[in-house]
Design a protein around this ligand. Structure first.
Ligand SMILES: Nc1ncnc2c1ncn2[C@@H]1O[C@H](COP(=O)(O)OP(=O)(O)OP(=O)(O)O)[C@@H](O)[C@H]1O
Ligand SMILES: [Mg+2]
Length: 316
């Protein structure tokens, strides 16, 4: 016990932590919160602090959109960690905070699979979501990082939307939900609030400001991140071309959720949609969830698509 308390005191003193106020009003209110580990690991950049306000009144669900690499996952874990630290009696990395204890913290983050027990990546994800919806209560804190990413766009978006709706109507847990499905931002209402991560664009350069601000993101910058990650130039340039073709043809890569629902209900009666499926290549392209792919997945897919295109052009 002395070791534990001594350690908590030491990090609090060394790293400028504050004593959170513990309350029982169901509110989590953090000013200038920081991620205790990420802020220690960063060497070149300064960690950007962020506020959090979760309450059953006006902001029960924070729906966070924002480009790849913006800091969504870091932010959500930060809120969970600070809540946990406050609850075990620790000081926390923030300017000030008032935190209501939670009964449990549920998280669904990152892709993992459990091949030995016969579960695929998506199955594991859905299992975890099922557990959360079953056991979370009004007093829980729920962190959902991009659920629905492991399946096709329409499937994934539909599941994500239905899960948020269920949490809002039935569970009422304080929830942080990060997503690349920008169409979900139209769910905003008196309980669901949109947040995004600020980005500054200058020419082709993109700066991630790591600031969580109210509002919805409109772009993903996936190709930009792929470039940063070192994908060959031919691939990222080709991706840019494909993206602009898709955008000029359809306005947006992922049709609005409403269109998605309409298509799910009456696929055969939609002549517009039918023409899009003319070639198996556009079929495969449409099935891609470009917004949420990892750079590696994007590269694999591009390779496959090109092989397919070669075949269709009779050049295989
Ligand atoms: N508040 C912050 N201040 C400084 N750097 C940060 C901050 N938040 C995140 N970062 C840095 O940005 C990196 C990417 O953050 P994170 O993984 O949270 O992005 P993301 O929005 O979840 O991206 P993706 O959509 O690809 O999952 C982190 O590894 C970290 O180094
Ligand atoms: Mg993330």
């Amino acid at each position: 016990m002395v070791d534990v308390l001594g350690s908590l005191a030491e990090v609090a003193a060394n790293y400028n932590y504050v004593r959170p106020r513990l309350k029982n009003d169901g509110v989590i209110d953090i000013k200038d919160g920081r991620h205790p580990l990420v802020e220690r690991i960063l060497t070149r950049d300064l960690f950007v602090p962020n506020d959090t306000h979760l309450s059953h009144g006006d902001s029960e669900i924070m729906l966070i959109t924002g480009p790849n690499m913006a800091g969504k996952s870091t932010y959500m874990r930060q809120v969970a960690l600070l809540t946990l630290m406050a609850q075990i009696g620790s000081f926390i990395p923030a300017r000030e905070a008032s935190i209501s204890p939670v009964d449990r913290i549920f998280t669904r983050i990152g892709a993992s699979d459990d091949l030995v027990s016969g579960q695929s990546t998506f199955m594991v994800e859905m299992n975890e979501v099922a557990q959360i919806l079953k056991y979370a209560t009004r007093d829980s804190l729920v962190i959902l990082d991009e659920i629905g990413r492991g399946t096709s766009t329409f499937d994934g978006m539909s599941i994500a939307r239905a899960v948020i709706e269920h949490i809002e109507k039935k569970v009422h847990a304080k929830t942080l939900f990060a997503t690349h499905y920008h169409e979900l931002t139209d769910l905003e209402d008196d309980k669901i609030k949109n947040f995004c991560v600020a980005v500054k664009e200058r020419g082709t350069q993109v700066a991630f400001l790591r600031r969580i601000v109210p509002g919805a993101a409109d772009k993903s910058y996936g190709i930009h991140v792929a470039r940063l990650a070192g994908l060959p130039k031919v691939v990222t340039q080709r991706a840019e071309d494909i993206l602009s073709e898709l955008e000029s043809e359809h306005g947006e890569i992922i049709p609005k959720a409403a269109a998605a629902r309409a298509e799910a209900k009456a696929p055969a009666e939609e002549p517009m949609m039918a023409s899009l499926f003319a070639s198996s290549l556009s079929d495969s392209l449409l099935a891609l969830d470009v917004m949420t792919m990892t750079p590696l997945e994007a590269m694999n897919e591009l390779y496959k698509l090109q092989e397919q295109a070669k075949k269709e052009a009779g050049r295989a």
